[in-house]
Write a protein that binds this ligand. Structure first.
Ligand SMILES: NC(=O)c1ccc[n+]([C@@H]2O[C@H](COP(=O)([O-])OP(=O)(O)OC[C@H]3O[C@@H](n4cnc5c(N)ncnc54)[C@H](O)[C@@H]3O)[C@@H](O)[C@H]2O)c1
Length: 332
């Protein structure tokens, strides 16, 4: 049986991936996660058992990582510090986890010649002008803006160098913004949904013109699985679902789907260095590996996500006050 090590499998996208793998393969899954504030074991509790094992630990722990990688056929590396706002307040954990953690993992993978897939973000490419007709491709030069995106860019470059210098059996994917179940409520979409569920008005940064390219986390998971199965070693694949929306449109979509007037939100101060627009051209992944997103409509994906947060109040309600307090202190 194929054995897969999933780092960060108790986080948002990692936990969605674990559920996807359990449903669509017969792989044995080991999750390695340090359960930072962003990790939640409850997100994978329902699948833990014979096929899915949980190991509490840090990806910077070379001894533990070496042992787990030695026993795995494939490593899929999601673990990261992932929140831009936190990276502006305290960049250090981003350097430790995103750079040193990735270094620790690829050293173990090269030692054991283990297949490695590195999960990254489109934010490594910087941003585009709102009226630009271009989208990011695998050939777009790196131009990260924040401590978060620069440490992710650094980790991508380490993986690329390990492929070239040491023959690491690796692939890389850079994905656009994800939404779906199990996302920490500090993030834009679940924050607005849980605001409305808590009787708080949604908050929009700046004027809301910034554009993000949205993809459902389950479509991201399917793309990663496809890359593991059919991807060419050494290659980078961009993952996106042609889901460009302004933040203003996203807030209005959520409000309308939840039966509220579409203007029932507040404008708050913008984030420093806030990237204007991200847009992904995923034609390489679609043409070469035959992947396409299953969610064709953002409205349907958002409706399903709202329903998940409505039904799973226990999963998020305990964190709501602390998250809003954090934003209140920043005037957001
Ligand atoms: N969220 C997005 O829209 C998005 C888009 C593209 C790419 N990505 C990438 O996908 C990956 C997962 O993102 P996410 O949104 O699920 O993040 P997340 O913050 O929800 O989850 C990160 C997980 O990693 C764990 N972790 C953090 N530091 C660790 C360490 N040192 N050792 C072990 N575990 C540690 C956390 O406990 C948590 O479970 C990241 O690499 C991120 O850069 C995210």
């Amino acid at each position: 049986m194929t054995s897969i090590l999933v780092t960060g499998g108790a986080g948002f996208i990692g936990s969605n991936f674990v559920h996807h793998v359990v449903t669509h393969t017969d792989f044995h899954v080991t999750v390695l996660d340090a359960l930072t504030y962003a990790g939640n074991k409850a997100s994978i509790e329902s699948v833990l058992g014979e096929r899915v094992e949980f190991v509490y630990g840090n990806i910077c722990d070379a001894e533990l990582v070496n042992e787990l990688v030695a026993n795995a056929d494939i490593v899929v590396h999601f673990a990261a510090e992932s929140h831009n706002d936190n990276s502006l307040n305290d960049p250090r954990p981003f350097v430790d986890t995103n750079i040193m953690g990735t270094f620790t993992l690829i050293e173990a993978a090269r030692r054991h010649n283990t297949r490695f897939h590195h999960i990254s973000t489109d934010e490594v490419y910087g941003d585009l002008e709102l009226d630009d007709t271009e989208r990011f491709t695998e050939r777009t030069p790196y131009n990260p803006s924040s401590p978060y995106s620069s440490t992710k860019a650094g980790s991508d470059l380490l993986v690329r160098a390990w492929i070239r210098s040491f023959g690491l059996q690796a692939t890389i994917s850079n994905c656009s913004n994800n939404y779906g179940p199990f996302q920490h409520i500090e993030k834009f979409i679940p924050r607005q949904i849980t605001n409305i569920l808590s009787g708080i008005r949604p908050k929009l940064y700046g004027s809301g013109q910034n554009v993000r390219d949205w993809i459902h986390a389950d479509d991201h998971s399917a793309a990663v699985l496809r890359i593991i199965e059919r991807g060419v070693i050494g290659e980078t694949y961009l993952i996106g679902a042609d889901g460009e929306k302004s933040n203003l449109d996203v807030v209005k979509t959520i409000l309308v789907a939840m039966g509220e007037p579409e203007d029932a939100f507040d404008l708050v101060s913008d984030r420093p260095g806030h990237d204007l627009r991200y847009a992904i051209d995923s034609s390489k992944l679609r043409a070469e590996l035959g992947w396409k997103p299953a969610y064709n409509s953002f409205d349907d994906g958002i409706a399903a996500t709202i329903e998940w947060y409505r039904v799973n109040r226990d999963w998020w309600e305990g964190h709501k006050n602390a998250v809003e307090e954090f934003y209140r202190k920043q005037g957001q």
